[in-house]
Design a protein around this ligand. Structure first.
Ligand SMILES: *[C@@H]1O[C@H](CO)[C@@H](O)[C@H](O)[C@H]1NC(C)=O
Ligand SMILES: *[C@@H]1O[C@H](CO)[C@@H](O)[C@H](O)[C@H]1NC(C)=O
Ligand SMILES: *[C@@H]1O[C@H](CO)[C@@H](O)[C@H](O)[C@H]1NC(C)=O
Length: 368
């Protein structure tokens, strides 16, 4: 009986189990592949490992709107996309004009004919980051004959005490590079911060050839930027805007995300081309143009997207930098010669910034 069972049942069962297992495995794979595909198309897939950090939208597979998303240099974009340009009445943001200067440097730009101004978004408490920038890429006399200026853009911090205010005042008197205005310094107000920077340029330094807006945790290779990107163009460009181009991105509709955009604020399905807010460079004439046009556009808290919309409204397309690797909104892994040939790299602690900077300076003779 036992023998019979083994002879007749076991081989049969074995065969079937094998096939069954095979089928289950195949079915499993197909299901996983399907789910993965659905996630990619439907969800905000910022968790996918090959997406660089700090990107905040989903790249859609629907290319039907591409003609406009590719940043057409055409003012009629407005008519084609009425939803992102709300009627003027509802869009006017008059209050943006009125942030009082608590600390200002109105004469900063009046001497020495500066060539490039850095507008650096930073918060009150980040004095170490400011110091590291002063000692590295933000030095104002890095090149004989080419004057750069640096300005730190600050808003007010509800938690700051009298002693931090005192320290900030002293810092300002020593370095003359602080602009403090009375808007609340929060992530959601970064757009205000940049617009205030543009307004400062328009008011106190309208003749400046170039402006770079960047953040306090950035590595910037000032020499490469000036010598390879900006100086070769003579006379200086107008209506010029470059950086890390973000093309064909859609609003992030995941309410949990830092980069969430509600359909009420931005009903459109795509953003126009914009440059990553970690670092972009533009010709000085654009500061006033962007600031002025911004009053006619519904304010969005995503600063770089908002500036992209302003540019679109102006009919100006951001242009790619000479090399795609010039601007990086992630941390580029270190090599002397690589860092010699980039404009930006992201996510630096102050001490790290100083180390990288010194290493690049000491080794630049090794690179062609
Ligand atoms: C802009 O768009 C209009 C209408 O869509 C078209 O007639 C015109 O040729 C376009 N101009 C440019 C510079 O593409
Ligand atoms: C902070 O300064 C303000 C005015 O400068 C003063 O009225 C206030 O009492 C001070 N607060 C503390 C805790 O010293
Ligand atoms: C700044 O941000 C805060 C909180 O995110 C908000 O309450 C405030 O209205 C914003 N605007 C200004 C001008 O401070």
């Amino acid at each position: 009986m036992f023998l019979r069972k083994c002879l007749f049942c076991c081989p049969w069962t074995k065969l079937n189990t094998k096939r069954l297992v095979l089928h289950v495995i195949i079915l499993g794979f197909v299901t996983i592949a399907f789910l993965f595909f659905m996630l990619l198309t439907v969800n905000n897939y910022s968790w996918v490992p090959w997406r660089p950090v700090n990107t905040y939208m989903l790249r859609s597979h629907d290319l039907s709107n591409l003609h406009y998303l590719k940043g057409e240099n055409n003012n009629s974009a407005e008519e084609k996309n009425p939803e992102i340009f709300p009627p003027k009445e509802q869009a006017l943001e008059p209050e943006i004009n009125n942030f009082k200067y608590i600390i200002n440097e109105p004469n900063k730009c009046k001497e020495n004919k500066p060539f490039l101004i850095f507008l650096i978004a930073v918060q009150t408490w980040q004095s170490e980051a400011r110091q590291a920038i002063r000692e590295t890429w933000g030095k104002e006399d890095l090149f004989p004959g080419v004057q750069t200026l640096r300005l730190f853009l600050l808003g007010t911090d509800a938690t700051s005490t009298n002693s931090t205010k005192q320290a900030l005042t002293e810092e300002s008197q020593k370095y003359h590079d602080i602009i403090l205005q009375d808007y609340m310094d929060t992530y959601n107000n970064l757009t205000i911060k940049s617009l205030m920077g543009f307004k400062w340029i328009a008011t106190y330094c309208p003749q400046i050839p170039y402006v770079m807006k960047t953040d306090s945790d950035m590595f910037v290779n000032t020499e490469y930027l000036i010598k390879k990107l900006l100086l070769p163009d003579k006379p200086p460009r107008k209506n010029y805007f470059t950086g890390y181009l973000m093309t064909d991105f859609s609003p992030n509709r995941n309410t949990q995300s830092k980069w969430y955009m509600s359909p009420e604020l931005y009903p459109g399905e795509r953003y126009p081309v914009f440059c990553s807010g970690t670092g972009y460079v533009f010709s000085g004439d654009l500061a006033e143009k962007i600031f002025k046009v911004s009053a006619r556009i519904k304010l969005l808290h995503l600063e770089d997207v908002f500036v992209g919309i302003c540019l679109q409204k102006l009919g100006i397309s951001p242009v790619p930098p000479p090399r795609n690797s010039d601007f990086n909104h992630w941390k580029v892994s270190y090599s002397h010669c690589l860092y010699n040939r980039i404009v930006t790299s992201h996510q630096f602690e102050p001490s790290e910034l100083i180390r990288y900077w010194e290493s690049v300076q000491q080794n630049k003779h090794l690179c062609g």
